[in-house]
Design a protein around this ligand. Structure first.
Ligand SMILES: [Zn+2]
Ligand SMILES: [Zn+2]
Length: 586
């Protein structure tokens, strides 16, 4: 058998479908010949312009169209930006999912919510385990992060050694005592071909503080406090939750949970053994009022100011059980995810206005610690692994660029650092690596039950509606002859009752357009509608400086067969039609 020389060796492709140039929807495809391995499958939240959109997920088409064998999805940890899109992928293809116990527990919860029966695809791994997946071999290496059971991946394929750090930090005193496995990273170091590493905190010098530090701060704050305490943090940050329970217990306070995801995740984490709730501490939110203020803690969702979350409802005075009162201490034990700052400040202001004392990172140290590595930790990874090639992942452009600089500082050759975007294809073998091609890696929008049915056109319309509203022109026509109308209806444009002049004039202009069309022999309704849109649009812009969506609706007032009696087939002057076949066209 002829040996394949390195020169002719096929290339392994590494294609990020999400997570680059953004913090969210992480998903990376590794492709070698006819096999694909997927690392993570996350979602992100819609930006301000995406009206009504619930979630944004990666475009899976590349994976679905390739006619290749998708060996598995391997999950680094159970955060939404790594597992959130998985149900949508599993809806399209049956592919085994490998992850640690907690990651799979959280995935299962999502599948249950969607009533999807995919338990047969779940493959639980133990940290340290090596899994053979076709031509890929994946080792799960323990790391530290703001969720338990988080892993970095050591992947071997085609003689190449790749490390994907996943989200990580280096915490020498983690809450569960399980320090990131630096020893293993040192063992595999030296011969690493490609490193993909978390860039979220690449702009921050020094080291990210230990989670324990937050625990100590909370303990101190609870100890000296005579008031009711409300703490908000990420529901998935189980170690934080653990420390809040401990601080409550040590200070003889009961703890009540508020918010659906908080209740759900605490339940899953407790069932799987990741959370130890001290005896007699947990109470129902309904029972909070039975205890003195200095005997309770409320742990709630809403650390990001999410509009429907429990803390936001408390701040707005709309929470059923908890009314914020003067003297309450609210601890924001989380930092804003980029983009959420405004919503959070709004909640903080409302809480202050209600008389609460709000402790957050701006006025209190160590109420939160990030789950991502700062510069010195990132450097340690470079010095342990000594990768030949490097791709910064998981971050906005500025974070990726900073991480690329750190890589060069740490001795990676500048030409071996690849600043990639979603869809870029890195091709690598033992001899070389290049990034010259790209595939289409767009986004898929989720709106209610619809996945991918909302595109740019609908979004543009929603934006226009939100800015200027809508004005409808309803007419009934018999062929090209006006029978009734035009009736003008507007929503979100002007207050109709106080704008009768404008509305009447608009109706006159619309009528003029139709009569002119009749005169000119224009019969095609599409043409008539275009003229209506243009001329009415011009008039409204002239009068108001606004561009509402103009929606002409022409109803056919052709008399129905056999109903030729007088009066029948005539539209009323209110735009209603009696005894006529009405065909609506928009
Ligand atoms: Zn994470
Ligand atoms: Zn992440």
């Amino acid at each position: 058998m002829a040996r394949i020389s390195a020169k002719n060796m096929p290339m392994l492709k590494v294609i990020p479908l999400g997570g680059l140039g953004e913090v969210g929807k992480n998903m990376t495809v590794l492709e070698y010949e006819d096999e694909i391995l997927i690392v993570d499958c996350g979602m992100s939240f819609p930006d301000d312009e995406m009206f009504g959109i619930d979630a944004v997920i990666p475009d899976f088409n590349y994976v679905l169209d390739q006619n290749k064998t998708v060996r598995a999805v391997v999950i680094t940890h159970g955060h939404e930006d790594h597992i959130g899109a998985l149900p949508f992928l599993l809806d399209k293809i049956d592919v085994p999912v490998y992850g640690t116990k907690l990651s799979l527990g959280l995935i299962q919860r999502k599948l249950d919510e969607k009533m999807m029966d995919k338990a047969r695809l779940m493959r639980q791994v133990t940290i340290g385990e090596v899994i053979k997946l076709g031509r890929f071999e994946v080792e799960f290496i323990r790391n530290n992060h703001s969720i338990a059971d988080s892993c970095s991946l050591f992947i071997k394929c085609a003689g190449l050694k790749i490390v994907h750090t996943g989200d990580f930090k280096i915490d020498y005193t983690p809450v569960d005592g399980e320090v990131i496995d630096l020893q293993r990273l040192a063992e595999i170091g030296g011969g690493i071909d490609l490193l993909l590493s978390d860039s979220t905190n690449a702009e921050y010098p020094g080291n990210t503080p230990s989670e324990k530090k937050v625990g100590n701060t909370l303990m101190e704050l609870f100890r000296g406090c005579k008031s009711r305490i409300i703490v908000t943090s990420f529901a998935s940050n189980i170690h934080r939750t653990q420390q809040i329970f401990q601080a409550a217990s040590a200070n003889n306070r009961k703890l009540a949970l508020s918010g659906r995801s908080m209740l759900n995740i605490v339940k899953v984490a407790q069932e799987l053994g990741y959370l130890k709730i001290p005896e007699d501490v947990l109470i129902d939110i309904k029972d909070v009022k039975k205890y003195k203020d200095n005997k309770v803690v409320i742990l709630t969702t809403g650390s990001q100011g999410e509009p429907m979350s429990a803390l936001t409802r408390m701040a707005a005075g709309e929470h059923r059980q908890i009314q914020i009162k003067s003297g309450d201490v609210v601890i924001m034990s989380a930092n804003p995810i980029p983009g959420n700052e405004k919503m959070i400040i709004d909640v903080v202001n409302k809480l202050f206005a209600l008389g609460a004392q709000v402790l957050y990172s701006k006025n209190t140290e160590n109420v939160h610690a990030s789950g991502h590595a700062s510069q010195e930790e990132l450097k340690l990874i470079f010095s342990l692994l000594k990768p030949k090639y490097f791709v910064p992942v998981h971050g906005e452009v500025k974070m990726l660029i900073k991480h690329a600089e750190i890589a060069k500082e740490m001795g990676v050759r500048a030409s071996n650092v690849f600043l990639m975007q979603n869809g870029d294809v890195l091709e690598i073998n033992k001899r070389e690596a290049k990034c010259e091609n790209a595939i289409n890696a767009g986004i898929t929008l989720v709106d209610g039950l619809g996945v991918g049915d909302i595109g740019n056109i609908v979004l543009k319309e929603r934006k226009a509606l939100s800015q200027f509203g809508i004005l409808m022109i309803a007419v009934a026509m018999d062929k090209n002859r006006l029978v009734s109308g035009p009736d003008i209806i507007s929503r979100g444009f002007v207050y109709m009752r106080e704008s009768s002049d404008l509305i009447n004039k608009t109706a006159q202009i619309a009528k003029g357009v139709i009569l002119q069309c009749e005169k000119d022999g224009i019969k095609d309704w599409v043409d008539i509608k275009t003229k209506l849109k243009n001329q009415v649009g011009d008039y409204l812009y002239e009068q108001t400086g606004r561009n509402p969506i103009i929606l002409p609706i022409i109803m056919s007032a052709t008399p129905a067969a056999g109903q030729q009696s007088a009066g029948a087939g005539r539209a009323t002057n209110k735009g209603e039609t009696r005894n006529v076949r009405v065909r609506q066209s928009q």
